[in-house]
Ligand binder design. Structure first.
Ligand code: CA2
Length: 147
């Protein structure tokens, strides 16, 4: 069965504890449960990771080559700053779906810039936790798993 890596960046471990008006009330653990359940419905495996460290995210992207068919990436604030993540994505040549809970284009100017977008298959943002299942559907379809 195809495996999809769901990778979450800095501070996303804090979800549910603060700023529910921006990010919703669900925790990252709730999102993982949702993703695991949805992955069974659509017939893919998921690996779910979170790190607050840029280099660990780079390592996870490198390691996905050969083990995963696609990556769903919420890079958090590194979205707006990390050339290292952009280069890592370009180097592995895996389909990457950029994901954000909030609509980054409707927020502060500095969140409008994404270093991930030019190397991503596409971007989903503004749909809260539901974005993760939308991204799973898009990834599964892209890799040829019917859903
Ligand atoms: O909307 C998203 O998913 C973001 O990737 C979330 C990042 C933010 O820097 C991006 O611009 C958009 C922030 C994640 C931090 O989440 C928190 C959760 C609870 C309390 C404080 C921050």
């Amino acid at each position: 069965m195809h495996s999809i890596l769901i990778l979450n960046g800095p501070n996303l471990n804090l979800l549910g504890s603060r700023q529910p008006e921006v990010y919703g009330a669900v925790t990252l653990s709730d999102i993982e449960t949702m993703c695991r359940s949805h992955s069974q419905d659509i017939g893919v495996n998921v690996e779910f990771l979170q790190s607050n460290h840029e280099g660990e995210l780079v390592d996870a992207i490198h390691a996905a080559k050969g083990t995963h068919a696609a990556i769903i990436l919420n890079a958090g604030a590194y979205t707006h700053s990390s050339i290292a993540l952009m280069d890592a994505i370009a180097s592995v040549e895996l389909p990457v779906i950029e994901l954000h809970l909030s609509n980054i284009h409707a927020r502060e100017e500095f969140r409008h810039k994404s270093f991930i977008a030019p190397v991503a298959l596409g971007q989903i943002c503004g749909f809260g936790a539901q974005g993760y299942t939308l991204a799973l559907d898009a990834a599964a379809r892209h890799i040829g798993v019917a859903s």
